[in-house]
Design a protein around this ligand. Structure first.
Ligand code: NAI
Length: 351
């Protein structure tokens, strides 16, 4: 299986290390350095097999190449996976030791890969990684980083939602719109605040009922049970929880005109781009809508941008999507295909 995965992958190189003390596999996929050093987060997860973990690292690193290219950033695509047998507790010695060894691995790549946070990793882990390498983004402010990128991702998704609503309804006045946010974690809760402040009629859902209720009460908005997300009527649906939400089973159930959210890999398969298009639902390609995170990390930690410049780039997601929607109509292709063309053209020009 390893061999088949690598044969079918069009990236540059993969580093694999078996970490004996923790019984974990570490995989770093450097998909492309055509535009610059590969940048992408570190996912820590319990996988069924090392093959499944490698597959995730390869797939996610490719998506990062597309995200950076479409965002106009001079960085490449990479991603790391720590395939653990149990997620070590926050603050434990086992977690600290694992992060130090992982930092050593990143350092050994000599800057071809810049790591950051992803599922189950955060600022505190990156602070430890940073004890072994400088090739790390998203450490805490106290340790010299720019902190969590969740807020910037939310601002970017807000611009994506506004551009999508304008295209679908002819006006971006959100006070006329009912918006459903799935997942009110770091990104979704911040996004919900921005939407509430813009006057949207908000509905929130989270598999963590306590969290959903707390955020909804703070904002004075409604909730729906997480299992009713797909069949809840709304103008715009914003997936901010997990990937694979837009599948052959889910798309027929949707009762919205727009999908624009933060989750990575929202389409379960490439064919789901056609399914959602055929239903007349406007889909804001995930890696364009959620580029706020990489804009924040690259801007503050590598490009020397100030807050005004970062904010302007986040607002630029609106124009990128407006152009993509126009291209999709002009060329008779899905919005996902239009995003891929934009990213691949930039890569082709650079190589
Ligand atoms: P998070 O872990 O802080 O929040 C995710 C929330 O979704 C949690 O409250 C969780 O309980 C909820 N959730 C999980 N499964 C659910 C389900 N089936 N239905 C309803 N709720 C569910 O994660 P964060 O940072 O807010 O990220 C959200 C998504 O955006 C993730 O898919 C992440 O990969 C993606 N993303 C995040 C970026 C960032 O800067 N934080 C950047 C780009 C993408």
């Amino acid at each position: 299986m390893f061999e088949e995965l690598l044969r079918n992958w069009d990236g540059e190189h993969v580093v694999a290390r078996f970490d004996e003390p923790s019984n974990a596999w570490m995989f770093v996929g450097v998909h492309s350095t055509v535009l610059g050093p590969a940048m992408g987060g570190t996912r820590m997860k319990v996988y069924r097999s090392a093959d499944e973990a490698l597959h995730d690292a390869l797939r996610l690193s490719q998506a990062m190449t597309m995200k950076q290219a479409a965002a106009g950033l001079d960085f490449g695509g990479g991603k790391a996976v720590l395939a653990v047998s149990d997620i070590p507790a926050h603050g434990s010695a086992a977690r600290r030791e694992l992060m130090l060894r992982y930092g050593g691995l990143v350092e050994s790549l000599g800057g071809s890969y810049l790591t950051a946070a992803d599922m189950n990793t955060g600022e505190a882990d990156l602070d430890i990684v940073g004890e072994r390498t400088t090739h790390v983004l998203g450490r805490s402010l106290a340790c010299g980083g720019s902190g969590s990128s969740g807020g910037a991702t939310a601002v970017g998704v807000f611009h994506a939602l506004r551009a999508s609503v304008r295209h679908a309804f002819g006006s971006d006045d959100l006070s006329q719109r009912r918006v459903l946010v799935q997942g009110v974690g770091a990104v979704g809760s911040h996004l919900a605040t921005l939407l509430r402040d813009a006057g949207a009629r908000l509905v929130l859902a989270d598999i963590d009922d306590v969290r959903a209720t707390r955020v909804a009460e703070e904002l004075g908005v409604e909730t729906v049970p997480a299992i009713h997300v797909l069949d809840t009527e709304c103008d715009a649906f914003s997936p901010c929880a997990t990937g694979g939400v837009l599948s052959a089973e889910a798309i027929p159930l949707l009762r919205c005109r727009v999908v624009a959210g933060a989750a990575n890999n929202q389409l379960a398969t490439p064919w789901d781009a056609d399914r959602i298009h055929d239903r007349g639902i406007l889909y804001a390609p995930d890696y364009v809508a959620n580029a706020g995170g990489v804009i924040h990390l690259a801007g503050y930690e590598r490009l020397g941008w100030d807050e005004a410049r970062v904010r302007a780039r986040l607002a630029g997601i609106d124009q990128t999507l407006t152009d993509l929607f126009a291209r999709s109509e002009r060329e008779g292709i899905t919005t996902a295909a239009a995003a891929d063309r934009l990213a691949l053209e930039r890569l082709a020009r650079a190589s």
